[in-house]
Structure formats: C-alpha cells, structure tokens
Design a protein around this ligand. Structure first.
Ligand code: GLU
Length: 317
C-alpha cells in the first residue's frame, strides 16, 4: 500500500449513521478508489461515544459495501502518538496552558473587539507565577500558540478556503486530546493524503493544515461535501423521519436500494458501487446540500429494491 496514499471515512460513534452520513462515506470511497487510493475507516471515539454505536456504524457501512482496507483503528487507542505530537510542539514553544472557562471564552468573543469562535489569547502571556497559582484552581487546557491569523487550503469542491486560525485547543482541560490535533496526527500516521468529509468541517481544514505544517506533516488533499439537510434546511437528523438503514429496513428498503437513492442524489447510476465508480467525476458532484424529505424520498416501500441490480460492464477493482 505504501506510496499510493489513502482516503478515509472517520465517523464519531455517537449513534447510527443516517443517509447523509452514508452518502459522505460513499463519496469518500469514490474519491479514494477513483484516484487509486486505499480506503480506511477510523473510529473517532475520543468524545461523543455511545456504547454499541461503533459496531452499528461498521455494519451499516459494510451493508453498503464499504469496508476498510486496513484494520479499523480507534482514536482512544492512539494516545502515545498524540502525546508525541504535543511534545514536539511544546519543545518548540508552541503550546501554552489556558485556564479560561467556556464562559470566559464566550465573554471574550462577545467583547467589543472579540470575534465569535476566535480565542483572543487571554492566557498566552501569563507569567510562570501566575500559571502556578492558577494551576491550583483549575486544570489547564493546552492551546496552540498560533503565529498566523488565517490559513488557506485548496478544496477540490469548495475551491480556495481561507479561515481564521486562532490559538485553538490541543488538549482539553479534562485531558482529552482535541479533535483538531487527533485528526491531523492520525491522518498522517495512517498515510491518509485525501480527506473527504462533510462541509460542516470546512472551516476546520485551514486550522488542521496549519497544524500539519507545524508538525512537519504534509497537508492532505481536501474535498468537503455539502451535507444532507431536512426540507427546512436544517442539518439532517434522526428525528427527521426514517433516515437510518434500520428505520428504512422496517419500511422494506434493503441497504442496496438505499445505496441506489444515495447514488442517484450524486447524479450517479445505481446498481453497484463499481458502476458508480466507473461514472464518477468529482467535477460533476452536486455543490448544494442534499435536501432529504424522508417521507417523499422513501415513500414507495422497497422502492428501487424491487429492481434487480443492473449488470455493470465496467467494474473497477
Ligand atoms: N469524526 C468527525 C465526525 O464524525 C469527522 C472528522 C473528519 O472527517 O475529519 O464529524
């Protein structure tokens, strides 16, 4: 596998995947395979874990034909490499302790010159004595001492994206490694050089690419896919109706019939992932959110499931 790179799908095991999540996974697989990369699945279980969800998600992905080419790894088992990355940054003076509470951060952001979502560096200049004193009151979070205000990435779907880069958290005050650090370290350690995911994370990509540069790691190629939304335009959620494979199975929909709906939403032929791959062209992917009205989209019981899978003449490996 070395040398050819990898793409990935990295769900947080917080619950069952819905059709929007599954669609993003399908797109990640199509991007990886169409560029000769392997496809990896990683369980992002540092936070937001619901017991049993990991197994459910892997089974849901597998029901659509999506499996990891290498053993699935869990972030909860990678503590050593996150610590090494932190030490690397610490040795270069790029990490500082932050004693701010959530409320402090929110207040700073809403102050006259504050910027929402942007940490103004309140704790960056604390003296060692002051830090010593504060440590007795509160366990600190660790923040990156960012040397830039913004960073840019090139996204295959969104184009050039420039987003603010503040002194973001690397390790939370409860000791949990922050998502931005974990994702950068894991992608590099796993040879992942293509990141395809929902565009809710588009604004995080510049932070992550900047962090990769500080760690001497190559930034991956990015493609952020517009999310699935409800007819009201909200991010699709389970409460919007039958949107998980389990819900849909109760209505008579097989996983492959759901896959056909997902592929149709991408402008791709159904029948199999292989057939979709043969027609896949990133340039033709929809650039708007996928509006999912479950009652309408999945109204006909079994829908396309009744159709036999179309034979495919071009099945790529
Ligand atoms: N674990 C994140 C999520 O489920 C995705 C992280 C990523 O793809 O970088 O939202």
């Amino acid at each position: 596998m070395a040398g050819k790179g990898a793409g990935r799908f990295a769900p947080s095991p917080s619950g069952q995947l819905h059709v929007g999540n599954l669609r993003t996974a399908v797109v990640a697989w199509l991007f990886a395979r169409s560029t000769g990369r392997s496809f990896l699945i990683r369980v992002e279980d540092l936070d937001r874990v619901r017991a049993g969800a990991e197994a459910e998600q892997l089974a849901e992905l597998s029901a659509l034909g999506l499996a990891s080419d290498e053993p699935v790894i869990r972030q909860s088992e990678q503590a050593d490499r996150y610590e090494r990355a932190l030490e690397h940054l610490q040795a270069r003076g790029l990490v500082y302790e932050c004693f701010c509470t959530r409320r402090d951060v929110a207040e700073a952001a809403s102050a006259p010159h504050g910027r929402p979502g942007f940490y103004p560096g309140t704790c960056r200049g604390l003296s060692e004595d002051e830090r010593e004193r504060r440590r007795t009151q509160r366990r600190p979070a660790l923040r990156l001492a960012s040397a830039v205000g913004t960073w840019s990435i090139e996204d295959l779907l969104a184009g050039q994206v420039t987003a603010p880069v503040d002194d973001f958290v690397l390790r939370r005050n409860d000791g949990v490694i922050a998502y931005n650090l974990a994702v950068v370290v894991d992608d590099a350690a796993q040879g992942i050089d293509q990141v395809v995911r929902g565009d809710d994370l588009l604004d995080s990509a510049p932070r992550q690419a900047y962090l990769a540069s500080l760690l001497g790691l190559p930034a991956p190629t990015y493609a952020h896919m517009p999310l699935a939304v409800s007819p009201e335009g909200r991010r699709l959620a389970k409460r919007d109706g039958a949107v998980t494979l389990e819900d849909l199975a109760r209505l008579g929909w097989s996983p492959l019939a759901v896959l056909d709906v997902i592929l149709a939403s991408l402008g791709l032929p159904g029948g199999s992932l292989g057939a979709a791959l043969a027609s896949f062209d990133p340039v033709r992917l929809p650039r708007n959110p996928w509006v999912v009205d479950p009652a309408a989209l999945f109204s006909t019981p079994a829908g396309p499931a009744c159709k036999p899978s179309a034979p495919t003449d071009k099945v790529l490996p």
